[in-house]
Design a protein. Sequence first.
Length: 236
Amino acid sequence: MSDLLGRSLLDYQKGDRSEDMYVETNISEQEYLFRSHFFRSFSQMIPLEQQALAMAQGKVLDVGAGTGSHVLYLQEKGFEVVALDSSPSAIEVCRLRGVKQCVCADVLDYTGKFDTILMLMNGIGISQRLSKIDLYLQKLKSLLTAKGQILATSTDIIYMFDQDEDGGYIVPIAEGADYYGELIYTVSYKGEQESFPWLFLDYNTLQNAAFHNGLSCKLVAEGDAYNYLAKMQIGE
């Protein structure tokens, strides 16, 4: 992968705002991507993110840490927290912003034990496809301490589809997909394009997957954009 999104964020961090970035999916048209969104302070974050950060305890792992905004907030609160991201450029942004512990790796290749694992900004999406959710949940479970917690946000994107006369949704599953929440994102920046899969899960599907993998799953809060915060723990 060319790490196009990560490189654009690194440019932004270094003050290069000369080129705009755009994003589209296989079910939505291209739109401008506000990179400033990745550099928000705690007060600028949505309530679901703020609530998740307030629930953090013990040693924390931020999976898909991006530019490190969540990590920086927790560092200031005195937490031991690790920023994990597979993007070398994003991890460089974390370092430049003052994140103390940065790891560039795929979570499937990472080892350790944590009391809190954060997967915010639709972080469960790194699973890519519904068929891979068991693989990722088992890996996350292996990173938890006995009483540890996974705090994850996702969005039920059913609202993006049309409804029929009876109120049911008309959901055309994309070719090669098994579930309507499996999307392909394409980012465009400086004349380049890069595509990658991303998974959005409705809460019931996440809960069923959690139970199947020996995890409890509690709906902590719902947002105002079909999004939600869930808490998963081992066998409770």
